[in-house]
Design a protein around this ligand. Structure first.
Ligand SMILES: [Cu+2]
Length: 121
């Protein structure tokens, strides 16, 4: 009999704990930014925090400090495949030309990106 009471008490405690952490989780979810749609450039503007990503594609144009790439989808940045200009150091920009197939490392921030390393494939 005592055992049953203890079990019920334990169940009760577990239930209130569960309810408590559930509430906490819901609060955290509400504070998180909404998931960005993956389908357009607007989604790119929603990622304000810098993060690293990798991409592949074909260079379509090169500027003094930019490289435009027709790139495959970049899941880390939530970007679909598209052609876009990336910032790049003059050294990196000089190392490629239009038509090159490349793999690149990217620092993604605020809807844009900077190529920090690039390799011809
Ligand atoms: Cu893009």
């Amino acid at each position: 009999m005592n055992r049953l009471v203890l079990t019920l008490a334990a169940l009760g405690a577990a239930t209130s704990l569960a309810a408590c952490s559930k509430k906490e989780a819901a609060t955290k979810e509400a504070a998180a930014p909404p998931a960005a749609p993956a389908s357009d450039m607007a989604a790119m503007a929603m990622a304000a925090e810098a993060k690293m990503a990798k991409g592949t594609g074909t260079v379509t144009a090169v500027g003094a400090d930019s490289v435009t790439v027709d790139h495959a989808a970049i899941p880390e940045a939530n970007w679909p495949a598209m052609t876009m200009a990336f910032k790049a150091s003059p050294e990196i920009a000089k190392s490629v030309m239009a038509g090159d197939k490349v793999a690149f490392d990217l620092k993604v921030q605020g809807g844009g990106g900077e190529i920090i390393a690039i390799r011809k494939q």
